[in-house]
Each structure stands twice: as structure tokens, then as C-alpha cells.
Design a protein around this ligand. Structure first.
Ligand code: SAH
Length: 215
């Protein structure tokens, strides 16, 4: 019954494994998420290359390797309530939705959010809750979260978001590291302390504070 898995997805997963992604659950989630649905039509032919691509509103869908490594570093399981800042195409949220109990995702561009919502519906991902707004403030009504993932670069430690993390929870964010560099930082909450680990350098669009765009 049904068609076998798309060979392009299998190839992408093999490439990610070769690049050092080891978590079988993360690779499985990527294998079940057709990335061509998340990119503009003119880039559909390149959706399975391991690279970032442009999406609407001058934003980007992250490179699959970065999505995989961030998801792996987040240590998500099916009991987790996850907050994502920067829905963009919705691809990262879709991958997370396969692993987590529920994903809350915030985007400041209405156009991007509407497109992402249509993709979630098409893939029957019913455990994603979306919101338009300034994600740098988090989602206080739904806090606390077991996991928080920021997919736009913060200028400094995102304290407003870390406040919304459960004790024992994990957050991942690209943070400006000076000299034009951005480092992916993992924070673990231990009471009122946040233990910080620098993972690797990345390149994300900036996290923009303030009013959401009606665009
Ligand atoms: N996770 C996305 C990649 C996002 S690119 C994906 O898988 O495709 C970063 C996104 O963060 C952009 O869409 C940008 O509009 C959004 N963004 C930037 N600042 C934001 C803010 N303060 N609140 C919410 N979204 C923001």
C-alpha cells in the first residue's frame, strides 16, 4: 500500500548521517517531512540539497544539517511542550512536531505564517499551534516550556525567553558572538541558573524586536 519513501528524502538522510547527525529519531522525522513543500516553487528542485534557500519576505529556510543538529541538541521527546521563535517556512516546526507533544511557533510575518499553516494542514500536523507576533517576548500565556528553540539570531542571551523555560529544560539559540559571528548556544536551566554550552557557528537572519509585520 502507498508509495515507498521518496528517494530524495532517503538521500538527504544519508547525507546528514554522513555529516554527523546520529539521532535516529531526528533522522526519521526528517525522512517523513517533504522539504520541497516548504520552499518556493522555483526552488523545489533544490529542496533536497543540504543548503539554506530563500523563502518569502526576504527570509530563509535553514539548511537541513542545521535543522537536524539543532533538533538533536534540543533533546526532544513526545512529552515535550516546545516553543519555536521564527516559524519561517514551518519546516523546523514540522520536524519538531514529529518528535514533541506539542509545538508552539511564533512568526512576525503574516504571509509566512499563513503559508506555514497551510503546509501543517496538508501534512496533517495537528499538534502545532501558531501565533503572529514578536517572538522575542515568548508566549507567556503558554509558559513554561520544556524546550525552546530560536531560529533567528539574538543579539545577546535571550533572557525574556529563558524565563519561560521549565526547570531542567533546554533552550537552543543562535546568539551574536562578535566580529560578525553567530554561535549556536545551548542553555540548560538548573533552578535560577542557566548552564551555557557553545555548540558551533551558524548564520541566521536577525531576531527583530517590536511590532509584527502585517505583510
Ligand atoms: N525556522 C524557520 C527558519 C526561520 S528564518 C524554518 O524552518 O523555515 C527566521 C524567521 O524568524 C523569519 O521568518 C523571521 O521573519 C522570523 N523572525 C525574526 N524576528 C522575529 C521575532 N521577533 N518574532 C517572530 N519571528 C521573528
Amino acid at each position: 500500500m502507498g508509495e515507498g519513501p521518496d528517494p530524495r528524502l532517503i538521500q538527504l538522510v544519508m547525507a546528514l548521517r554522513g555529516a554527523g547527525v546520529t539521532d535516529a529519531r531526528v533522522l526519521g522525522a526528517i525522512e517523513r517531512t517533504p522539504r520541497d513543500l516548504f520552499v518556493p516553487e522555483q526552488f523545489a528542485g533544490r529542496a533536497y540539497e543540504d543548503r539554506a534557500l530563500p523563502i518569502d519576505c526576504g527570509q530563509t529556510i535553514s539548511q537541513p544539517y542545521v535543522v537536524a543538529m539543532m533538533t538533536q541538541a534540543l533533546e526532544v521527546d513526545d512529552r515535550c511542550k516546545v516553543l519555536e521563535i521564527g516559524t519561517g517556512s514551518g519546516y523546523q516546526a514540522a520536524v519538531l512536531a514529529r518528535l514533541a507533544r506539542r509545538v508552539y511557533t511564533i512568526e512576525r510575518y503574516r504571509t509566512l505564517l499563513k503559508e506555514a499553516e497551510a503546509r501543517f494542514a496538508a501534512l496533517r500536523l495537528t499538534n502545532i499551534v501558531t501565533r503572529i507576533g514578536d517572538g522575542s517576548k515568548g508566549w507567556p500565556e503558554q509558559a513554561p516550556f520544556d524546550r525552546i528553540i530560536v531560529t533567528a539570531a539574538a543579539p545577546e542571551r535571550p533572557d525574556e525567553l529563558l524565563k519561560q523555560l521549565k526547570d531542567g529544560g533546554v533552550a537552543i539559540a543562535p546568539v551574536d558572538a562578535g566580529e560578525g559571528r553567530q554561535a549556536l548556544i545551548r542553555y540548560r536551566r538548573k533552578g535560577d541558573e542557566f548552564v551555557e554550552e557553545r555548540l558551533f557557528d551558524v548564520r541566521f537572519v536577525p531576531l527583530i524586536k517590536g511590532e509584527a509585520r502585517a505583510l
